[in-house]
Design a protein around this ligand. Structure first.
Ligand code: NAG
Ligand code: NAG
Ligand code: NAG
Length: 586
């Protein structure tokens, strides 16, 4: 219904706007090719860290050219997403709405009958001109950005609105894709067409890739709503987009990098495709050696390779290269905090956690928890030097939590739950909170690239184990604490290839299921890790059984959806393994 109404109401506004446009804007109207060239110049400025210059170069024509409008509002959206400041969000929203209007003017006017007919026949956009095709694409892009911004607003209504926006955007992309498939060869040779094709690759690719990561029960619902989530197809579209020489190649590239370097690590099996990421980044890193984005991704690749020293240098270079967008510094602080945590250099890690607490607004609860957790790893006299009060920090966490779309953020909820142990007058200390958080972000996979550092972490865990064993007055959290340590030990041992010992640790945690009072997340997560261990040993059937058990038998524990993402990812890899077996085995 929403779709039909949308179609029916479109023509009128479109016509009005076109009239206004024709009366007032003729002189400023640009042909498509010039607009694309100017946007390319702005993009060049942007990648050279000249963010304000890029914005002001697009500003004069933003009401008359869809590409200027789209570029302008995209930069503002990025800024808003980075600062999280309500004022910036309002500015971005206003400019996205204006950009929608600008794009709308260039779209084909359709009558009611025409749009109903096209709705039934599923081929709404017959024989559009090149400019009209670009208008569809830009419209879909801006619509997607507007929906993304709507999601950040804090109510349930905006969540639904965001969802509808995403859906409309996706449908237009699908139409664009259909147009691209039937278009004649002559058309394809136009200079501007390559940019259309690149845009379709980017949009369709991103939608498919992101949806393919969703756990199956969500994915099924999304597919019911008309989305498709085919990972391989999404990747191939993005690769094609990245390889094309179009305005949006960089966006396809950045999406692929995001996928390999973040999403696969945090929500997947932890094995991003690093060689591909390096190859994708190289041309841009060569062309923009001081570009903040390039330095950042170069450093991130080094982190995932276990080359922390090099990564630290590059993150510092990324901070030094520009001052305009402070938020990029914050991303670097976050990464530096982890890079030093992997080395167990807690003093340095604390420094960056503290910077985040002081400067960034994304998730104060996480930062304060993280800072307190890191301080808990330091000896008392070191903590005294910093002048911080660890207990007071933990007590702040709960009050700092955010709500997005009426829901709390899982990591914040997790942190707040852990921090509760500091609420009573006589706090019951957490054992190895910083290492536990490292697991939450899948850090053991990363540090596993460096056996000597993994050994170091293992020693820390063994010391904690010893301390718990000799505890004269075990608290109600004793079993939970022992199990946290055993699970983390199992992870280190797995990384070190000591699989038999690792399995003992994991089985210990699973056997204590009935005695674990608070950290109920431990059992399903440990079961998942045990499944990965069986997979590593080559015992795929046991792996699948154990992981399915983790998926089916547990509910309502911390970070449940994160585990479901990881389970979905790993079952996918094993599914494809099975498919390759000869038929007689299956
Ligand atoms: C679209 O163009 C083709 C060939 O250029 C033509 O045969 C067809 O009738 C056109 N369709 C519409 C709806 O105008
Ligand atoms: C880290 O990466 C840099 C640059 O790629 C390289 O020169 C250096 O040898 C690497 N160091 C280690 C320990 O791998
Ligand atoms: C921690 O890192 C800093 C900066 O790289 C270095 O100076 C210091 O020696 C390191 N400390 C430890 C204990 O490794």
């Amino acid at each position: 219904l929403f779709f039909i109404l949308n179609q029916i109401y479109r023509p009128k506004t479109s016509e009005n706007l076109k009239n206004i446009h024709q009366n007032s804007g003729i002189i400023l109207q640009l042909d498509l090719e010039t607009a694309l060239e100017e946007c390319n110049v702005a993009l060049h400025l942007f990648l050279n860290n000249r963010f304000a210059d890029a914005l002001s170069s697009l500003e004069p024509r933003k009401s008359h050219s869809m590409y200027h409008a789209m570029g302008y509002s995209s930069i503002l959206l990025m800024q808003a997403a980075m600062t999280f400041d309500p004022k910036d969000m309002d500015v971005a929203m206003a400019s996205l709405k204006e950009a929608l209007h600008t794009c709308q003017r260039f779209r084909r006017k359709t009558g009611i009958m025409e749009s109903l007919a096209s709705f039934w026949h599923g081929q709404p956009f017959d024989n559009l001109t090149e400019e009209e095709m670009h208008a569809e694409l830009c419209y879909a892009e801006v619509l997607m950005q507007k929906a993304a911004l709507t999601f950040l607003d804090e109510s349930v209504i905006s969540f639904i609105k965001g969802g509808m926006g995403m859906r409309s955007s996706y449908l237009i992309y699908k139409n664009c894709q259909a147009m691209e498939n039937v278009i004649e060869d002559g058309e394809k040779e136009r200079n501007t067409h390559i940019h259309f094709r690149g845009g379709v690759n980017m949009g369709i690719g991103s939608f498919n890739l992101i949806l393919s990561m969703l756990p199956s029960r969500v994915l099924r619902l999304m597919e019911f709503l008309g989305f498709s989530g085919d990972r391989e197809f999404g990747l191939s579209q993005l690769r094609e987009g990245a390889a094309s020489n179009s305005l949006r190649s960089i966006l396809s590239t950045l999406t692929l990098l995001m996928f390999h370097l973040y999403m696969s690590v945090i929500l997947g099996t932890g094995e991003g495709n690093l060689p591909e990421a390096e190859a994708l980044l190289k041309p841009y890193a060569d062309k923009y050696p001081n570009g903040a984005l390039m330095l950042f991704y170069t450093a991130r690749i080094a982190v995932l390779k276990g080359n922390f020293t090099f990564a630290q240098e590059k993150f510092l270079a990324c901070i030094a290269t520009q001052e305009e967008w402070r938020q990029i510094h914050h991303l670097c602080f976050w990464e530096l905090m982890w890079a030093y945590s992997f080395e167990q250099n807690w003093t340095e890690a604390y420094r960056y956690a503290d910077c985040l607490c002081k400067e960034n607004k994304w998730s104060q609860a996480t930062y304060v928890f993280q800072k307190a957790a890191i301080l808990s790893m330091l000896p008392e006299e070191e903590v005294a030097k910093t002048g911080e009060n660890v207990v007071a920090l933990f007590r702040q966490v709960d009050g700092l939590r955010l709500r997005i779309a009426g829901k709390s953020i899982p990591t914040e909820k997790f942190a707040a739950k852990k921090a509760q142990r500091y609420a009573p007058p006589k706090p019951l200390k957490l054992v190895v909170p910083a290492l536990e958080m490292m697991y939450v972000w899948n850090g053991f996979m990363v540090v596993g690239k460096r056996p000597e550092l993994t050994e170091g972490i293992l020693s820390t865990l063994e010391a904690a184990e010893e301390q718990l064993r000799s505890d004269p007055d075990p608290s109600e959290f004793h079993t939970d604490d022992v199990c946290v340590v055993q699970m983390l030990k199992g992870l280190c041992l797995t990384q070190l290839g000591r699989l038999v010992q690792a399995e003992i640790c994991f089985n210990f945690v699973i056997s204590r299921e009935k005695d674990i009072k608070h950290d109920t997340y431990l059992v399903p997560f440990t079961m998942y890790e045990l499944g990965l261990l069986h997979k590593l040993k080559g015992d795929i059937n046991t792996a699948i059984t154990v992981i399915e058990k983790a998926k089916m038998n547990y509910r309502d524990y911390s970070m449940e959806s994160r585990l479901h993402f990881r389970i979905h990812a790993v079952l996918n890899t094993m599914g494809s393994f099975e498919a390759k077996l000869p038929p007689s085995r299956t």
